[in-house]
Design a protein. Structure first.
Length: 530
């Protein structure tokens, strides 16, 4: 009896020893109170609703919170219902420290970026199932959470509702064989072609006449043809892709057709805008130059406007075509910025010439025909270009090309900028003993009678001064204004000749240096006798 009781007690003790840890661990197993999963503005027990468009993305934040004294391991798994909707990066697993961790590692924020492909049909029931597995590392007990992201995807490429519909709206209710989707496709395209023809006949001529009023020649017919072609191509290009939806074409066919037709439309539109722009801008500048005589805006700025217009059209049209084919312009812009930086560093001198040319064309410190003094050289402006300026020598015997950055850096004296007259000094000597008052009267009379001298109270006053006593006589200086700097040398010569003749008539002879030699005959004879 005692032996049986002892055996029973030993067996009971063994069972208790084996089951005690299990019972104790069960009492400390992770529960729903130990862990929280929070999604702001949503409940994890239900679906997370989300409306999104094709090619778009949306960020969802999740907060994992450890409310227990145990170390928790959190793992996330994801299941997709459609291939066009996905998470940009799968949520990563994380280890949560016990509650009250001094480094706040008991709370973790996890983000999920929902991405929808650009080429995607519309969906009303696309889902992303998210499974969260929580493991208590102290006893390896587990807790499971799950929630579903329910997406309403709106796609601009979806044409399911336009199938076999006239103008994508009105269903084809005709009896066979006219119930085929080919019928609404042909009718829709024909109607759009008629609309394009109507616009070409009614609206385009009026626009062409308006634009023709800004052109220098009779370009109305040419502009009308360009605009008519643009209207026709635009209607076909814009409607071709959606019209394929009437036929029920697959998205893999409809999308490339839409992109190609749109790219062709953008290219033709850019060419048309360029042609019209080049004609109109020339007419506007010609009119402005004729109306505003002293304006800094004239036909000489036409190359600048044409270059800027072409640059803007190329950049905008290229960017639109690339975006049509789904190219990420952000990456292109970053790459272009890096390339531009390299070009800038390697071509600083060329860029300096270019921007200096823009400054000269916009500010217009001088014009073609102006006479300038640059670095001590007298030059006449021939033509201002974007990269350099052409000059001719004062006597038009050579052409001098100077980079625009050198022109803008130089100190320039423009003799034709404000007043066309030029102030000169002409000197003439008179002998000692001359009546200076009479000589000055003669010189004044010569200048008053000269057709090349300008007498204007607004200009620097005319004067005659005695400036120097020389070996052979006295030097007088006439300071006066002449009609132009260009002819100032010739005018000074004419004035000198006129003053010489006038002084000669009154008995005043221009002095000159003379050498008198006296032969002493007595001394010469004595030397011969000796």
């Amino acid at each position: 009896m005692n032996s049986k009781l002892s055996a029973s007690l030993l067996l009971a003790a063994a069972v208790i020893t084996v089951l005690a840890p299990v019972c104790m661990s069960g009492s400390d197993a992770v529960t729903e109170d130990d862990f929280e999963l929070i999604i702001p503005n949503s409940g994890v027990e239900e679906e997370v609703p989300l409306e999104i468009e094709n090619g778009d993305n949306y960020i969802i934040a999740m907060y994992f919170i450890n409310n227990s004294e145990h170390l928790l391991d959190v793992d996330v798994d994801v299941v997709y219902s459609v291939k066009e909707v996905r998470l940009e990066e799968k949520p990563q697993g994380v280890m949560l420290m016990p509650q009250g961790d001094p480094d706040h590692k008991d709370v973790f924020r996890q983000t999920m970026t929902v991405v929808v492909d650009e080429v995607c049909p519309s969906y009303s029931d696309a889902t992303i199932d998210v499974y969260v597995n929580v493991t208590d590392l102290s006893d390896l007990t587990k807790l499971y959470y799950s929630f579903t992201i329910h997406l309403m995807v709106y796609s601009s490429y979806d044409t399911t509702e336009s199938y076999n519909n006239f103008f994508w709206i009105f269903p084809n209710t005709l009896s066979p064989p006219l119930d085929s989707p080919v019928v609404p496709f042909v009718v829709t395209m024909a109607a759009l072609a008629a609309i394009a023809l109507l616009i070409s006949l009614a609206v385009v001529p009026a626009v062409a006449r308006k634009l023709d009023s800004y052109t220098p020649g009779n370009d109305g017919t040419r502009i009308r043809r360009i605009l008519s072609a643009v209207v026709t191509v635009s209607v076909i290009a814009v409607s071709l892709g959606p019209a394929l939806g009437i036929l029920g074409a697959d998205l893999s066919i409809q999308l490339p057709a839409t992109r190609i037709s749109t790219a062709v439309f953008i290219a033709i539109l850019a060419v048309a805008i360029w042609k019209v722009y080049s004609m109109v801008i020339g007419g506007i500048l010609a009119r402005y130059e004729k109306k505003e005589v002293d304006s800094s805006i004239d036909l000489s700025m036409l190359p600048l406007f044409l270059m800027l217009g072409k640059l803007v059209l190329w950049i905008v049209s290229t960017a639109l075509i690339l975006s049509t084919f789904g190219v990420d312009l952000q990456g292109v812009l970053i790459s272009a910025g890096i390339v531009t930086l390299g070009i800038t560093l390697g071509a600083q001198n060329v860029l300096s010439q270019f921007f200096s040319g823009l400054v000269l064309l916009i500010t217009r410190p001088f014009e073609a025909g102006d006479i300038l003094i640059i670095n001590g050289n007298t030059l006449r402006v021939k033509k201002v270009k974007v990269m350099f300026t052409e000059f001719t020598s004062r006597y038009n015997d050579r052409v001098i090309t100077m980079p625009n950055n050198a022109v803008t850096a130089a100190t320039i004296v423009n003799h034709d900028k404000e007043e066309k007259s030029h102030y000169i000094q002409v000197t003439i000597p008179v002998p000692y003993g001359t009546d200076l008052k009479k000589a000055m009267e003669v010189i004044t009379k010569v200048t008053d009678e000269s057709p090349y001298v300008v007498h204007d109270l607004k200009l620097r006053p005319q004067s005659i001064k005695l400036i120097e006593f020389q070996d052979s006589g006295m030097l007088l200086e006439l300071s006066t204004n002449v009609i132009s700097f260009d002819t100032s040398f010739e005018i000074a010569s004419r004035l000198r000749m006129a003053m010489y003749e006038a002084l000669k008539e009154v008995g005043i002879v221009v002095p000159y240096s003379r050498l008198e030699v006296t032969m002493l005959n007595d001394c010469f004879n004595e030397k011969q006798e000796s």
